[in-house]
Design a binder for this molecule. Structure first.
Ligand SMILES: [Ca+2]
Ligand SMILES: [Ca+2]
Ligand SMILES: [Ca+2]
Ligand SMILES: [Ca+2]
Length: 420
């Protein structure tokens, strides 16, 4: 920008208008600001004390935003009011009036989006922006955490021991919205549901959620279905096919509501993720025999839209999960072929398949994707693999359809299971 090009003409206009003002109305000798100020007409004030009355000054408050473009032409501290509430953006702590404070709003000037910044990385237990790997030992009941930084394990340590194997970890999610992923437990004998609010390796708070005694009710997905930055719980009844939503607020259920019954149990819930980019997780279904894939676009407890995505007839193809592979803010769908070992991805956009491509082929079917989350915090989810026989671990740091960097991680005893 050329300072003189922009300001020299303004300066000139200012000088000429000041001169005119002096000559035509009162003359320099009669300048008496207080007389005009007391008239209450801001045209004859000189707000920025640049010796030009406001009526001749094209920038009354001297904030270098022209009056014609300044929502507050007489206030040097403000010039923009995005939500038109009369409070300038500098003083306003919610510029777009979407109910998400600017400090937590990834899109502070867009009322249609918030993308709560504390909820960008799933499975991040210590809030450092990198997802972590949670383990439970199916033999001795130890619960264990690897805090990750890409392919490196920053710290490997135990959380606690819950020896009773009726207690199962049925979901990971951030229930209180503090940016740290928490743990949902369900007791398969008693039906008791229990929550750990986590802070790294420490349980900062724990307690009973409720009892759901009928063990046919299963937690299928934990994700933020209403976009409030707190993960919610989606249930399905394993016999009747009913679905049920809990919208969560910390240790308590904010809204508990039955959703549609999908009586045909060949329809399976295979993933959740935000496939249309509205910051609300959606539900991905796959029909075991027809191969139809089906989407529920969720808005809290309401299904905003539902439709067949496509058909992938071969039942060799299984959906490993969903996650944002290319960092565009929309979750993508990741497949594994359980016959030939091909790994495949759909890039999603607006709830539809934008592009579809092979990632690679891992022929040995003992290797399965155990976790899909952003281990290096670059905005693209990564793949954590586990070998069912040898118990080896392997990590792909993903970059779109490509594997950016990959390698073996630490091998642990097969009694250790990765928890999701
Ligand atoms: Ca949390
Ligand atoms: Ca929520
Ligand atoms: Ca969505
Ligand atoms: Ca990543």
């Amino acid at each position: 920008m050329n300072f003189y090009k922009i300001y020299a003409p303004l300066l000139l206009i200012g000088i000429v208008s000041s001169a005119l003002a002096s000559e035509l109305f009162w003359g320099e000798a009669n300048w008496n600001e207080s007389n005009w100020q007391s008239s209450g007409n801001s045209d004859y004030l000189d707000t920025d004390n640049d010796r030009q009355f406001n009526i001749f000054d094209i920038d009354d408050d001297g904030d270098e935003v022209l009056d014609s473009e300044d929502a507050f032409p007489l206030d040097v501290t403000e010039s923009v009011d995005t939500d038109g509430d009369g409070i300038g953006n500098n003083a306003d702590n919610d510029d777009d009036d979407d109910g998400i404070l600017d400090v937590a709003d990834m899109y502070p000037l867009d009322p249609t989006r918030s993308g709560d910044m504390t909820f960008t990385v799933q499975n991040d237990t210590n809030g450092d922006g990198n997802a972590d790997i949670l383990w439970r030992n199916a033999d001795d009941g130890r619960n264990w955490l690897w805090t990750m930084n890409g392919r490196s394990i920053v710290r490997s340590a135990g959380i606690n021991v819950i020896a009773d194997q009726a207690w199962q970890i049925v979901g990971r999610g951030d229930f209180d919205g503090d940016g740290k992923s928490d743990i949902l437990w369900r007791n398969s004998n008693t039906g008791r549901n229990y929550i750990y609010l986590m802070d790294g390796f420490s349980i900062k708070q724990q307690g009973q959620l409720n009892y759901v005694v009928d063990s046919n009710w299963r937690v299928k997905q934990v994700a933020d279905f209403d976009g409030d930055g707190k993960d919610d719980i989606f249930w399905r009844h394993g016999v009747r096919g009913d679905t049920w939503m809990y919208l969560m607020d910390g240790m308590s259920v904010k809204v508990s509501q039955a959703n549609l019954r999908v009586a045909d149990l060949n329809w399976e819930i295979v993933a959740s993720g935000d496939v249309n980019g509205d910051d609300k997780a959606d539900v991905v279904w796959r029909h075991k025999t027809s191969g139809d894939n089906y989407i529920w676009l969720m808005n809290g407890t309401t299904i905003a839209n539902r439709y067949v995505l496509n058909r992938v007839a071969s039942s060799d193809w299984t959906i490993a999960g969903a996650g944002d592979l290319n960092g565009d803010g929309t979750d993508d769908i990741i497949w594994r072929n359980q016959n030939d070992g091909r790994n495949w991805a759909y890039f999603m956009n607006g709830g539809q398949i934008q592009s579809s491509s092979l990632i690679n082929t891992v022929s040995n079917l003992n290797w399965q994707i155990a976790d899909i989350s952003d281990l290096d915090g670059d905005g693209d989810v990564d793949l954590f693999w586990r070998q069912g026989q040898t118990a080896q671990s392997y990590i792909y740091l993903m970059d779109g359809f490509s594997i950016g960097s990959s390698g073996y991680s630490t091998t642990v005893n097969p009694n250790w299971k990765v928890q999701n």
